[in-house]
Design a protein. Sequence first.
Length: 103
Amino acid sequence: MRALNHPVIDSVDLTTVLYALADPIRLRVVEQLAGAGGVVCGGFDVPVSMSTLSHHLKVLREAGLIRVTPEGSHRRHELRADEIEDRYPGVLSSIISAGRGSA
């Protein structure tokens, strides 16, 4: 399994974070990660194909919102909530709360 690049939190741009969270599928993934702590790739409950989910996970990772680590033959996805909270206080929690309220 090849190593994945994760942006250093100081380089994470607010515009990129907001763009990544603007998509309903990506927001749903982030909400699931916030509730579960970590999810392996096949464990997400989203109405898209695996290849489309992989694209969404890549966007979230490249935006600095998630960290992906190998776990056996799978990859574990975890929300970088504390790091994002330190960089942009209240942004992620507000968006997640608003998203849950509209579901």
